[in-house]
Ligand binder design. Structure first.
Ligand SMILES: *[C@@H]1O[C@H](CO)[C@@H](O)[C@H](O)[C@H]1NC(C)=O
Length: 355
């Protein structure tokens, strides 16, 4: 049942990976190289693809209609796609008409975001500047899930000129300091599929990627709200210290507001009512959220049955998609972490793991 969708994704991933392989040098390939997307001068980050490649991954279901509060970019996590993470939930279905009104756009990162996080972060960096330029406010709000938070943080770290373009960044279950569950998951994959997904290795505590990011990007770089749940079943630890705690951010533990029985896990958080209400607060303020000002009635959905039932199905759809993605080989498996890009080491953010 899921096969056709995976076939499309796999083909996309192969095409994407294939462009990096050594190919015969032709006039056409030189022309492609000549049109690689350009970063603003002064930013360390460099693009490896033409701008069109990035632009094609952005989808704004209602178009951009000059909504008062500007454009919001949704960034999915590991193993998923933009539609799988967001379409059945409140950020697509309610946010356009929330508060002053938003233009909502989602991105689908290549290869289900299982490949090199440095590369998928290029797509997020591009989307930030592209959508800010089309936004009524001249800025974008961002909502991320899981690894999406790392993609955003990496983009802001290495493309610092984009930071003023972000009004509010809301991370749902972002594993800013990595997860302890990566290495065991990789060991199982190493034994069964001959390797591990690059992004899973990079999200493991102690990876070269995380060390490089945290050398400067381990703090909030724009007004940031980091929302998490103690019942997260994917990223751990979420108790002491929580991997989602980001210095300088407004950190929101859902159970502090909705009680210890607020049973939200990693795949429910994109559908959780209080998390959504806090996100709307941040996006409306175009700053960090003030969670104490969010009514406690937001701990439950008070919506008509149609929406409620839709949101109830959402976590199951998302969980199954991610589980299937990790079972199917969607991209090349590796035994070692991908090397850090030359721009990371050139800026002095790492001395080990360099290309
Ligand atoms: C949004 O604003 C721009 C610039 O003022 C204008 O060109 C465009 O037509 C507007 N779009 C819509 C959908 O109103």
């Amino acid at each position: 049942m899921l096969f056709p969708r995976f076939a499309v994704i796999a083909a996309t991933a192969i095409g994407f990976a294939g462009s990096a392989k050594a190919a015969p040098v032709t006039a056409a390939s030189l022309a492609v190289r000549a049109t690689l997307c350009a970063s603003p001068s002064g930013d360390a980050g460099t693009y490896s693809q033409p701008c069109d490649t990035y632009a094609q991954t952005i989808n704004c279901p209602n178009g951009i209609r000059n909504a008062t509060a500007g454009v919001v970019l949704l960034v999915h996590g590991t193993g998923s796609t933009g539609p799988e993470t967001w379409d059945n939930g409140p950020y697509i279905q309610l946010l356009p008409n929330a508060g002053p009104g938003f233009d909502v756009c989602k991105i689908t990162l290549p290869g289900r975001s299982l490949g090199d996080v440095q590369t998928t972060s290029e797509y997020v960096a591009f989307a930030i500047q592209q959508l800010a330029a089309q936004s009524q406010t001249g800025k974008v709000g961002i909502v991320s899930h899981s690894q999406g938070g790392l993609n955003v943080q990496w983009a802001l770290d290495f493309w610092p000129s984009y930071r003023p373009l972000v009004s509010a960044f809301v991370a749902l279950a972002g594993d800013f300091h990595g997860t302890g569950e990566g290495p065991p998951a990789c060991l199982v994959l190493d034994a069964t599929t001959g390797g591990c997904d690059p992004s899973v290795i990079q999200q493991s505590v102690g990876s070269n990627f995380l060390n490089a990011l945290n050398s400067r990007g381990g703090v909030a770089l724009v007004p940031t709200t980091s929302i998490y749940t103690i019942f997260d079943d994917v990223i751990q630890p979420e108790l002491i210290p929580a991997t989602t705690l980001l210095s300088g951010a407004t950190n929101v533990r859902l159970q502090d507001y909705c009680g210890p029985g607020y049973l939200v896990d990693h795949f429910v958080i994109p559908f959780a009512s209080f998390a959504y209400a806090v996100a709307v607060d941040a996006l409306t303020r175009q700053s960090t959220a003030q969670p104490d000002s969010v009514p406690k009635t937001s701990c439950a959905w008070l919506l008509d049955d149609v929406l409620l039932n839709n949101f109830r199905r959402g976590p199951t759809i998302l969980r199954e998609a991610v589980t299937d993605a990790s079972a199917v080989i969607t991209g090349p498996k590796v035994l070692e972490e991908p090397p850090l890009k030359p721009y990371v080491c050139a800026r002095g953010d790492a001395t080990t793991g360099c290309a």
